[in-house]
Design a binder for this molecule. Structure first.
Ligand code: NAD
Length: 462
């Protein structure tokens, strides 16, 4: 796709305030594939004003009409799904098949779900002698990362628009072409001018200006815990609402009664998918000591199969960061059983699918989010120890439990401090609330819970 050299504000592509641009690079070969403008605080201000001006009209638009626009948006995403997948492959580096099956398909499902929710949600309810109105919060500032570029945009824009909010999006600097394509789709879907606005730019400039803008009523951020903490602090000081989707270090707990080969194979696939750049990835595999050696051998074998199947990491900085973590794992005494720090190819930001055995809880690779194709396998003696290890990080985003008996897995899952748990390989549900316990974040995305994040209540007494 061709890059726009302006910002999508108030229903049209407008010249950016400054002259600075951001190069978009294909991480598979280092080629520059486009340029987008680097937005300034003035661009952000113009966009927020447009969103503010559009708010009275859009918030008063009947939910059925908002639903119709979301349904049209879904249809445009369907019509342009090949272009979406190709764009994401070009700027993120994920294999085309994965871009089609996940990066393009998930946002279509999510947009469709909010078209339905907007049409069916009870925006008004009766509580005793009160009528409670669920009203839009106002202007939303959305800041998104690069790892699931379109999914993370749609997981914010669709519920915000369904709720009657207007918004400004600042997408990640690595994947702005996907965001521009999305803005075209919003336009084609007939969403009125000013309801959705796009400002591309650098995080510390455009992102920060958006997060701190007094005209923004809710900041919804997905990305690193370091930036999320600052955004949360600024929002707290301004007494504005904030939603944070941050990092994870999720545990894949394989109980002794589980189908070991299946649990290990699905577990490795989960970590390697999207080159390990998934906040909810099960990056810690917990195995009973009696099955440990067998699990390690199975995991090493499974990881070796991914050699040619995973794409590069998003950029050279992430590649260096991940290789640094692998070196640290070796230095701290973990045992490499697949992959390693050496780049598997000369060209592109590739990292080998890597598996560490003999990982202990205190190691850096067992505690910090690596965001690459790196799995740590830890040993436990009994269920209580497995639970303590599973809950023993600052994060709590996702997880998995495998057991011969579903009830046994559920009982364990209920004791985990985490927002999502997949039981015996349960599959992704785009309607289930997604979000973190502890430092994995504040708030929930997707489905009904994702919609209510963008609403506030007003009670009228009779
Ligand atoms: P990041 O947090 O720096 O970037 C995420 C978004 O925030 C981007 O749009 C960025 O431009 C913006 N941003 C950056 N600084 C900002 C600021 N001061 N104010 C406002 N917005 C700002 O994440 P990253 O550098 O792209 O990735 C670093 C690490 O973050 C990864 O290695 C990974 O651990 C984690 N991460 C997590 C997720 C997730 O889904 N939870 C997604 C991406 C990255």
């Amino acid at each position: 796709m061709k890059a726009h050299d302006g910002m999508y504000i108030d229903g049209a592509w407008r010249d950016a305030d400054g002259r600075d641009a951001i190069d978009v690079v294909n991480p598979a070969d280092g080629q520059v594939i486009g340029q987008v403008p680097a937005g300034t605080a003035l661009d952000v201000d113009t966009a927020v004003r447009a969103a503010r001006a559009a708010l009275p009209g859009w918030s008063a638009t009947p939910p059925a009409e908002r639903a119709a626009r979301l349904s049209a948006l879904r249809d445009v995403l369907v019509a342009r799904k090949d272009e979406i997948a190709e764009t994401i492959t070009a700027e993120l580096g994920s294999p085309l098949k994965f871009s089609q099956a996940v990066h393009a398909a998930a946002p279509i499902a999510v947009a469709g779900s909010y078209a339905e929710l907007a049409a069916t949600y009870a925006f008004e309810e009766k509580v005793g002698n009160s009528v409670v109105h669920h009203e839009p919060i106002g202007v939303v500032g959305a800041i998104t990362p690069w790892n699931y570029p379109l999914h993370q945009i749609v997981a914010k824009v669709a519920p915000a628009l369904a709720a009657g909010c207007t918004m400004v999006l600042k997408p990640a600097e690595d994947t702005p072409l996907t965001a521009q394509l999305f803005a075209e789709a919003v336009h084609e879907a007939g969403v009125p001018a000013g309801v959705f606005n796009l400002v591309t730019g650098l995080g510390p400039v455009a992102g920060q200006a958006l997060a701190e803008h007094p005209g923004v009523d809710l900041v919804s951020f997905t990305g690193s815990t370091a930036v999320g903490r600052r955004i949360g602090a600024a929002a707290g000081a301004a007494v504005k609402r904030v939603a944070l989707e941050l990092g994870g270090k999720s545990a894949n707990v394989i109980l002794p009664s589980a189908d070991l080969a299946k649990a290990v194979n699905v577990g490795v696939a989960n970590v390697m998918s999207n080159s390990g750049q998934t906040c909810s990835a099960w990056t810690r595999m917990l195995v009973h000591r009696d099955q440990y050696d067998e699990a390690v051998a199975l995991a090493a074998e499974a990881a070796a199969k991914y050699g040619d199947r995973i794409g590069p990491l998003v950029n050279a900085k992430q590649q260096e960061r991940v290789r640094g973590y692998i070196e640290k794992g070796v230095a701290e005494g973990a045992r490499l059983v697949a992959g390693g720090p050496e780049a598997p190819r000369e060209e592109g930001c590739y990292v080998s699918p890597t598996v560490f055995a003999d990982v202990t809880e205190d190691m850096t690779i067992a505690q910090e989010e690596i965001f690459g194709p790196v799995l740590s396998i830890l040993r436990y003696d009994d269920e209580e120890e497995a639970l303590r290890i599973a809950n023993g990080t600052v994060y709590g985003l996702a997880g998995a439990v495998w057991a011969g008996d579903e009830a046994e897995a559920v009982a364990f899952a209920r004791r985990m401090d985490t927002g999502q748990v997949d039981i015996n390989g349960g599959r992704f549900n785009p309607l289930a609330p997604f979000g973190g316990y502890k430092q994995s974040g504040v708030g929930r995305e997707l489905g009904l819970h994702g919609l209510t994040e963008y609403l506030q209540t007003k009670s009228l007494q009779f």
